[in-house]
Design a protein around this ligand. Structure first.
Ligand code: 13P
Length: 244
């Protein structure tokens, strides 16, 4: 079943009010047959949503509690009030830098969905894990630990991002991406039943204009999560166009 593709940009800790000018050309690349989104730093969500009201804006993390003594954290309602429609959870940079566990990622995704945000749950193996032949086992274990039971085709997206492919210019082979996305699809069906067939599975890690078309046409690749190449419309728009 071909799912409607989603091409999402993750600006990570990059961008500024001035950089929101990039959103004009990105919003203009919208098309009836796919979804696009940009996840800027949280400080820019409100201004981004105000600048381009038709372009879905997302956050890069959320807390699982609605409020409380969690200095520096942001709740789902706060993000929604700022204008977010999506939130990335469990990115490998947060799993590494902030020691986030599968259970925490699941709690965040569960809270996001309950609060009306689309949750993009990230998974992916390290290079050592791939070299040891454990890539599929690692990713399916992350899915079992971090996919919320409440996930549906509308509310949940999975992003497969091999850690060694992020920001390195390296990507897995087409066959390796196809094998992993098929394994993720199978696992989602085990976890979510019929709904598992409707959850979009994005590929992320060094997606750029020159490789987007071949990556986006692999079976069970339902879009892309793009880091560096989402910062400039001149790079991101060709990636969106490749998904059309
Ligand atoms: P790059 O596209 O810069 O490799 O980053 C991928 C990523 O981590 C998106 O979440």
């Amino acid at each position: 079943m071909a799912l409607r593709k989603l091409v999402a940009g993750n600006w990570k800790m990059n961008g500024s009010l001035a950089a929101l000018a990039e959103l004009d050309a990105i919003a203009a690349a919208a098309s009836d047959n796919l979804d696009i989104a940009i996840c800027p730093p949280a400080t820019l969500i409100a201004a981004a949503a105000a600048r381009q009201p038709t372009l879905p804006i997302g956050a890069q993390d959320c807390h699982w509690n609605a409020s409380g003594a969690h200095t520096g954290c942001l709740s789902v309602n706060m993000l929604r009030e700022a204008g977010a429609q999506l939130v990335i959870v469990g990115h490998s940079e947060r799993r590494t830098d902030n020691h986030e566990t599968d259970a925490e990622v699941k709690a965040k995704a569960t809270a996001a969905i309950a609060g009306g945000l689309i949750a993009i749950v990230c998974v992916g193996e390290t290079e050592a894990q791939r070299d040891a032949g454990q890539a599929v086992a690692v990713v399916t274990s992350q899915l079992r630990g971090s996919v919320p039971e409440a996930g549906t085709g509308e509310s949940l997206v999975i992003a497969y991002e091999p850690v060694w492919a992020i920001g390195t210019g390296r990507t897995p082979t087409i066959a390796d991406v196809a094998d992993m996305h098929a394994a993720i699809r199978k696992c989602l069906s085990e976890l979510l039943g019929n709904e598992g067939a409707k959850v979009r599975i994005l590929y992320g890690g060094s997606v750029k204009p020159s490789n987007a078309a071949e990556l986006l046409h692999i079976p069970d690749v339902d879009g892309a999560l793009v880091g560096g190449a989402s910062l400039k419309a001149t790079d991101f728009v060709p990636i969106i166009d490749a998904a059309k």
